[in-house]
Unconditional design. Structure first.
Length: 274
């Protein structure tokens, strides 16, 4: 009955969301801030004393993420001052961008060519065409961009049966992988094989179907052979290993590794998941 005596945590949370939304025009290209949840006291007829916001943040580099999160925390602090409330923040798990190694990548590309592209049967091609029914050329192009593929001729097919020369130097692929932090601990290379129809959206039912039949199996066999041959090269070619290590050391000299784990995380204790 005395609302002037209250301070609403819900108002603060909602206004924080508004403030963070206004940040979206002033963030690095390809950065993302997405609201995951809002939790609030459920007592009816009262002014909420507690409210909690959860956000996910993505950006091309971990340093971009850290800067963006700091700006979001500043917004929350400003709103707390304006609404007469208090704010506490907790940073959860994060992951680093991938540190590429060209020496290993070129060795892997050489072995990929040695293994050769997959050979698809007419039955598999017909099945892929059926799966891709309804996909427009624009939708295919958008899906291919994720893998750094901008050749319009690729989108004319339903299955990829070639070997690309693209090692994507300096490119950015918009996906998440926990191998990023591994790449800062040792020279790392990665490859992509087309285990799905060309242009099918990520995590779509079309990709699930392909993973369970010969289209996906052929791609995985191709990847396995290529990785095995590259591992053999690393073990037998001291020059390749030395080049990979030298490139890795130079990269760390330019930008030392910074762990993305929360600073309040103690060894042997998992952080609270909220």
């Amino acid at each position: 009955m005395n609302p002037h005596l209250g301070r609403s945590a819900l108002d603060a949370a909602v206004l924080t969301q508004v403030g963070i939304n206004f940040l979206r025009e002033r963030v690095p290209r390809n950065a993302k801030m997405f609201s995951l949840s809002i939790d609030v006291d459920k007592a009816g007829g009262s002014i909420p004393a507690h409210s909690e916001l959860s956000y996910g943040v993505g950006a091309p580099r971990l340093s971009d993420v850290n800067e963006l999160v700091s700006r979001m925390e500043t917004v929350a602090t400003g709103i707390a001052i304006a609404t007469g409330t208090e704010v506490k923040s907790h940073r959860g798990y994060s992951s680093s961008e991938v540190l590429p190694n060209l020496a290993l990548s070129r060795a892997m590309l050489k072995n990929l060519k040695k293994v050769g592209p997959p050979e698809y049967s007419e039955e598999e091609r017909a099945f892929a065409k059926k799966l891709n029914e309804g996909l427009t050329a624009a939708e295919k192009a958008k899906s291919l961009e994720i893998y750094g593929i901008f050749d319009s001729r690729v989108g004319e097919k339903d299955l990829y049966d070639e070997i690309s020369e693209n090692v994507d130097i300096g490119g950015l692929m918009q996906y998440s992988t926990d191998s990023g932090d591994v790449s800062w601990q040792a020279p790392t290379s990665q490859m992509f094989v087309a285990a799905q129809t060309i242009g099918s959206p990520n995590h779509s039912w079309q990709q699930v179907v392909c993973s369970g039949n010969s289209i996906g199996h052929k791609a995985m066999a191709l990847a396995g052979k290529t990785i095995a041959l590259t591992a053999l090269d690393i073990l037998s070619d001291s020059g390749l290993l030395a080049s990979a290590k030298e490139e890795y050391a130079r990269a760390l000299d330019r930008q030392p590794y910074s762990s993305p784990l929360p600073k309040d995380l103690k060894p042997g204790k998992a952080p609270e998941i909220r």
